[in-house]
Design a protein around this ligand. Structure first.
Ligand code: INI
Length: 171
């Protein structure tokens, strides 16, 4: 059996992206933002099509992401943050609410809202996930954003020219 497979291509050309970034643990969070920008640039996003919103901490990501998504100005919103268990007894609350809120922002708006938050038990783990050893979670979230905007573009029907359906953003 060979069922039809739907999946998004990896081109950011013509799409608009917002990054919502927490300022908490900024020496790491800034690396995640850099990773996201690197992915978007390498996949062809234009500088004028990417905007960054900064918030105090990861707890504030979800409402901001929802407002940004509701603005209608962006095809996807990428949330970036770093939450380290060692720093806080309320790690589980901050991480839990941020995670739940980001999922809700996507469901409430229909705009893809990506999860680029490093949650780590220790500073060392967090450093490794911000691009030092085992990849950069900001880069990964931006790649996923690009894949999803392409997938949804095809699912939403593309544009009709004559009898042809064309998908200008899909390569
Ligand atoms: N916010 C983070 O993004 N990461 C953390 O590790 C963190 N710690 O450790 O507390 C954190 N707290 C702040 C929180 O996100 C809110 O900004 C604050 O509680 C105000 O609402």
């Amino acid at each position: 059996m060979q069922p039809k497979v739907h999946q998004g291509m990896l081109s950011a050309v013509g799409f608009r992206f917002a990054i919502v970034a927490s300022r908490w643990n900024d020496f790491l969070t800034a690396k995640l933002t850099e990773g996201a920008l690197d992915a978007l640039a390498r996949l062809g996003a234009e500088e004028k099509s990417v905007e960054i919103y900064k918030v105090p901490g990861s707890f504030e990501l979800s409402l901001t992401a929802q407002k940004v998504a509701q603005s209608g100005k962006f095809d996807a919103v990428i949330c970036i943050g770093t939450i380290i268990r060692g720093d806080t007894p309320h790690f589980d609350y901050v991480a839990g609410e941020a995670t739940k809120g980001i999922a809700q922002a996507a469901m409430n708006t229909g705009v893809p809202v990506l999860y680029g938050i490093v949650t780590a038990d220790t500073l060392e783990q967090a450093i490794n996930r911000a691009g030092v050893k085992s990849g950069n979670k900001g880069f990964d979230a931006a790649m996923s954003a690009v894949e999803l905007v392409n997938l949804y573009k095809t699912m939403d029907g593309g544009e009709t020219i004559g009898k042809e359906k064309v998908f200008p953003h899909v390569v």
